[in-house]
Ligand binder design. Structure first.
Ligand SMILES: Nc1ncnc2c1ncn2[C@@H]1O[C@H](COP(=O)(O)OP(=O)(O)O)[C@@H](O)[C@H]1O
Ligand SMILES: [Mg+2]
Length: 275
């Protein structure tokens, strides 16, 4: 684990989660979660449905309060930050949410310019140029600027949402199940896009996903959430070599690539396992 100076094995820890507890009423979702995200990596964040992946992501970005623990982003302790310090950090990340990826009542142009209006004071003409540049980054053209989300395909919606996450030239992007709902080819194209953006822009990617193909093809490391804690973090090879029952069921299960046709009697995923 990295120390508080944010350096470990030459890697810079850009997000540091320590002993974080989050609950709703009597339902404790995160029971002391620890996680490091290193600068420049694509981290895949996995866990069963309802495990708390979205909750941890939303806690890191400050949308859900934690009951205990610390979260540092760029070395800034978010719990101790002033409003001004918090805004300065928020300005450096972009988010693609699992639900409601876009504002349905706003055009693509307005969606893309929403974060710009929130954090930058720029003339409209410049924001228009920026919106177009972000669309091109995600493989779309200006033809979609005046469209509304209901007029877009699933794949285009995800691309526009990614373009919006990139609006402020972030150092980190948080993606919550960006390929869910896409067909395998669309999902593969989206993965390629994320990998290309990470390479060309050097951004750090925190990606919640259920998509084993994404984990194999684009993620540098994987972190696994189960029973309210991050039970493992490491490369895919580390995951595949693990003897932990949850990891074996997940990474060697029916849907995995490692063992496309598991032997009969293969252990079922533990309760609350992957869907
Ligand atoms: N705002 C909320 N109020 C109450 N319970 C919530 C809230 N958000 C999430 N939860 C609960 O927290 C648990 C984890 O949810 P979530 O993080 O969305 O799971 P997932 O790992 O599938 O993303 C679930 O049991 C969910 O019902
Ligand atoms: Mg979720």
């Amino acid at each position: 684990m990295a120390g508080t100076n944010g350096k470990s094995n030459g890697k810079e820890t850009i997000i540091e989660v320590r002993d974080v507890v989050v609950g709703f009423g009597t339902h404790i979702v995160l029971k002391g979660a620890d996680l490091d995200v290193y600068r420049g990596e694509i981290l895949g964040f996995v866990g069963g449905s309802g495990a708390g992946k979205s909750v941890l992501m939303r806690t890191i970005i400050g949308l859900i309060p934690k009951r205990a623990g610390t979260i540092k982003v760029f070395g800034q302790d978010m719990g101790a930050a002033s409003d001004e310090e918090r805004r300065a950090v928020e300005r450096r990340w972009g988010v693609l949410f699992q639900q409601g990826a876009l504002f349905s009542s706003l055009s693509v142009r307005e969606n893309l310019q929403f974060p710009m209006r929130e954090y930058l004071k720029l003339p409209q003409r410049l924001m228009d140029e920026m919106a177009l540049a972000k669309l091109e980054m995600v493989g779309l053209d200006g033809g979609v600027l005046e469209k509304f989300p209901s007029e877009l395909s699933g794949g285009m919606t995800k691309r526009v949402a990614l373009a919006r996450a990139l609006a402020l030239d972030p150092e980190i992007v948080f993606l919550d199940e960006p390929t869910s709902g896409l067909d395998p080819i669309g999902a593969g194209d989206f993965d390629t896009l994320i990998a290309t953006l990470q390479r060309t822009l050097g951004i750090t990617v925190f990606m919640v996903t259920h998509d084993l193909d994404s984990l194999h093809t684009v993620c540098d490391r994987i972190a696994v959430l189960a029973d309210g804690k991050v039970i493992a973090a490491g490369t895919m090879d580390t995951m595949l070599a693990s003897t932990h029952p949850w990891l074996r069921a997940y990474f060697h299960g029916k849907r995995s690539r490692a063992e496309p046709r598991p032997a009969k009697g293969h252990a079922a995923p533990p309760p609350g396992g992957p869907v």
